[in-house]
Design a protein. Structure first.
Length: 345
């Protein structure tokens, strides 16, 4: 990781909370080890909202926060993310500068509309997607960056085989990945966590092929996935990965239903969890203990996040739920609760 001190550029914010939000981002990056992009998009929208208020309030009161949340016509997942950022901002303002009368956004904000259901790829679809990435060729008029296709083939395999978040893969440095030993150190993870993940034999082979191909190009040597571009030190951005992902979906014959419906790029992580949990049912022993291992492997903040994957497909997890009832009683309640929510929609 870089030892440079991050500073929030001037001019990003212009509202009454401009200085506070800049200091907050710098604090989260330099002290918490977070990525600026985790906060900036939401804070910029909130900043624009504040500048339009007739009587802006620098205390972050309930009327201001809830007014902003209600003014945003966004998906439930986006609303939850906005609430999380503003809650983190409020905690910072209360504990670091010591500002009083701060409104803390509740963790759950009820919003109208249907809840987004993640897409779980079948194994055949995963094979088709990875094959599409392997054989994709750009149109003649397009001239991709020298190493970008090589990056994308390996990234698609990595996302499915490890369940890593897209941002985690994007920010992997050269020193983070030991392809020979099959070990990846994730140092820029969500919630400031760090963890180590191991590679399967097939992923090790894919990374080795990627590295061999990369030797043909002059790269910066900073990021593991280096497109060969001078921009961002060669780092492959999330938006670039998503752009190629959509092309691979089309080539694989997998329909994309549009923004907000997916399948999203993040659904490769969901699919990893689902397929891994399916494998647990084929093994003897305490399945619930294995769930803890999966939770740690994926970098989940709590076991509840991992348990949430159980409700995605009832047919797929009927055996898993039955087996886990031998160890815990709350699994059935999670499944029944999620099923009830689906029926209400």
């Amino acid at each position: 990781m870089s030892d440079r001190i991050y500073t929030c550029g001037s001019g990003l914010f212009s509202s009454c909370l401009a200085d506070t939000m800049s200091a907050f981002v710098e604090y989260k990056v330099n002290v918490g080890g977070c990525v600026p992009e985790s906060f900036l998009p939401v804070l910029k929208r909130f900043d624009r909202y504040l500048t339009g208020l007739p009587e802006p309030n620098a205390r972050l009161d309930a009327d201001t926060v809830l007014g902003f949340m209600e003014s945003q016509d966004v998906k439930n997942s986006t609303a939850a993310r906005q609430a999380s950022v503003l809650r983190s901002l409020g905690q910072y303002m209360s504990s670091v500068p010591g500002i009083s009368d701060i409104y803390m956004v509740p963790r759950l904000i009820k919003r109208k509309g249907k809840t987004f259901v993640p897409y779980v790829f079948s194994r055949d679809e995963i094979y088709a997607l990875l094959d599409a990435a392997e054989h994709y060729q750009p149109k003649c008029r397009n001239k991709p960056t020298v190493n970008i296709l090589n990056c994308m083939r390996c990234i698609m395999a990595l996302l499915y085989c490890t369940g890593m978040r897209v941002s985690e893969a994007s920010f992997l440095s050269v020193s983070d990945v030991d392809a020979e030993q099959g070990v990846i150190h994730i140092n820029r993870a969500k919630n400031g966590n760090r963890r180590i993940v191991t590679m399967s034999c097939s992923l090790k082979a894919a990374c080795s092929r990627y590295l061999d191909e990369s030797k043909r190009h002059k790269l910066s040597g900073i990021y593991f996935f280096d497109s060969g571009s001078r921009a961002n030190g060669g780092r492959v951005t999330r938006s670039c990965i998503y752009s190629y992902y959509r092309r691979f979906l089309s080539l694989a014959g997998i329909s994309h239903k549009g923004t907000g419906f997916g399948p999203r790029l993040h659904d490769l992580r969901v699919t990893f969890a689902v397929h891994s949990l399916r494998q647990l049912t084929e093994k003897n022993g305490d399945v619930n203990a294995c769930l803890y291992y999966l939770s740690a492997y994926m970098g989940h903040k709590s076991l509840v996040e991992t348990q949430g994957y159980l409700w995605l497909t009832s047919e797929l997890f009927e055996g898993t739920c039955t087996r886990m009832e031998e160890y815990t009683s709350f699994i059935t309640s999670i499944f029944d609760g999620k099923a009830g929510e689906a029926e209400d929609e």
